[in-house]
Design a binder for this molecule. Sequence first.
Ligand code: ATP
Ligand code: MG
Length: 190
Amino acid sequence: MLIFLVISQIINNVGKDGLVIVYTGKGKGKTTAALGMALRAVGHDRRICMIQFIKGSWHYGEMTSSKLLEPQFELIAVGKGFVGILDDKSPREEHVKIAREAVHISREKIQSKKYDIIILDEINYAVNLGLVEVNDVLDLIKIKPSTLHLVLTGNYASDEIINAADLVTEMKEVKHPFQVGIKAKKGIDY
Ligand code: ATP
Ligand code: MG
């Protein structure tokens, strides 16, 4: 029975080149793991698109350094277009609008077949906050070309998304300087 299961698993996975990869958990390193993968893939002349779902007015280093890796690496910070209104005081509708826009862009990018890897950064938070329906994410997984690697980051990855994934890593927080009041550092945290 076990052998049958293993063989059927192998047969089902033949030709399934593209993985669904999830970086979740409370510990630091989810977005940087995805960026590290992108850096590695550029070295193989792969095409990567990262779509950032939840970003405020902060400037993250990758928004600038990604330009050095163009055209192989493309970064779209959807929230960046809403600087000044995307902060904690902005109405929920603005967050929903940004998240919907990010899903729309993600769908277009996935369907374009132009990329080898697409990273949906912080999408798990968007689902957890109720800004994006889990079914919308499952739909993106369903429509992806079989060769495309799809990376989903953010804590609180839903069970449905974990079930649909091939690779799931949970970052575990052992220690974080934030716990002793040390603030976010340039080049390390943003
Ligand atoms: P990073 O972008 O550094 O890889 P991350 O993607 O794992 O972190 P997020 O949940 O997206 O983490 O958090 C965004 C910001 O919060 C980043 O500046 C990150 O460094 C910081 N951060 C990450 N984990 C923690 C933590 N456990 N406690 C406090 N701050 C954190
Ligand atoms: Mg992150």
